[in-house]
Design a protein around this ligand. Sequence first.
Ligand code: GLN
Length: 532
Amino acid sequence: MSKYIVVTGGVVSSIGKGITSASIGRILRSYGVNVTAIKIDPYLNWDSGTLNPYQHGEVFVTDDGMETDLDLGHYERFLDVTLSGKANITTGKVYSSVIEKERKGEYLGSCVQIIPHITDEIKLMIKNVADKSKAEVVLVEVGGTVGDIESQPFIEALRQLRHEVEPDDCMFVHVTYVPYLKAAKEFKTKPTQHSTKELRGLGITPDMIVCRSELLLDKKLKEKIAHFCDVPYEAVINTPDAHSIYEVPLTMYSENVGDYILKRLNISTSKKADLYEWSQIVEDLKIDTPKINIAVVGKYIELEDAYISIREALKHAGAANKVNVDIDWIKADENFNKTMLDKYDGLLIPGGFGERGITGKIETVKYAIKNNKPIFGICLGLHAMAIAVAQLNGEPEANSTEFDVNSPCPVIDMMEEQKKIKNMGGTMRLGAYPCKVKEGTIAYEAYKETEISERHRHRYEVNNEYRDLLKNSGVVISGSSPDDFLVEMIELKDHPWFLGCQFHPEFKSRPNKAHPIFKSFIKAAKEFKLDN
Ligand code: GLN
């Protein structure tokens, strides 16, 4: 039987509930407690796959091929676990499942209602994840803010859950924001009081309040919050804005979050918390020099969260190489021009969809080839690489059928099994697939393994009819599907570091285990800087 820590949020959104939940998980892991996490997204979409990255940030892909909320990425990185897509519960999934059961006649003639049918389904989905994971503690983060209409069935289900388990098997953590009013020169605790009241109105008394703030809160303020929100003083935790998200577990640990939770949930551990490795990583992430300048040439650059796993993977690789990775986000639109790339030591073209910006990306590849500058292409980035190489080698019209269905030279084409698919959601090549790595390549140097597994999310791939053209243009296929049918990684002979991968390695990078390709890319960028 697992114990549950439910994390809700109040006052405003985007205060880092995901990082708070992940940090609690990290702290418990440091005591040797087996933890897993669930993210509840109260929207009606079945999954995140069709959501616009401009609004919702990156779509995180799990090994089992689910397109999920980016918070699952935080959990995987902080907890160092591999999650199932079932760890992302949406209103869409809950309702679909209930309606399916109703159609099968499983409710035996009863009128199907939010209470108990929807709430029971929510609890069932949570318990299924808990049972499958065999985790001692399951973190359940409820997206949105308390009081939203959408989240009410979830809050109600979790209120019920509290009474279905032993009192020391479930606790509630409420994350709020304490604003600082410059004009009044003081922090304001009223929004925290109100959102706690709102939560209480829904039948839930928080056991712990995590106050996000711009600056450190003093003892008096914490006492006031404890008093008005009816929690013990030790259960008022302050996490002021941090230099890096990876500092948050250390801040929370220093506020004795670990001891408090272990006591509240009656968990005895055989070891003391060991956050040594984590604090080493935080130190390495603080390294200021040498600075390695990386340009990410993409499309969704206004919202950094759209490429959150790439940003984190680059930072992990920086720490692993003991350098500071300074990232600039460059929009590959009509204002793009190659001279913008001059000051960078390495270029990265991330994944993406649609034609906008593709010319700038192809130009970026050509620039990297001409200037022998390290370049890393991910998914659509690999497509841009293959197109650029073909264009430079006698095929000026080379393209992807994603951008021109009638292209006379479709070096990138839709996968055969994709051609008959009409639905948008969950229909791409998704999740973990094995890949064979060719020895004597940059990829092999990085992985030091011939068999790897990486996560995919795409419909298009290198067209096998153009393999020879690419090979004759200096391309080395350094990764392929085990049956050799699909091109999974390409490199370019006589270039110091040119690597494109059809998969998304960024999803598997961890702060303590920088992804091999990212690590190798940053190493190459560091060498490029030294040589130039
Ligand atoms: N749009 C391309 C495809 O569907 C690339 C996808 C991606 O970069 N994730 O194949």
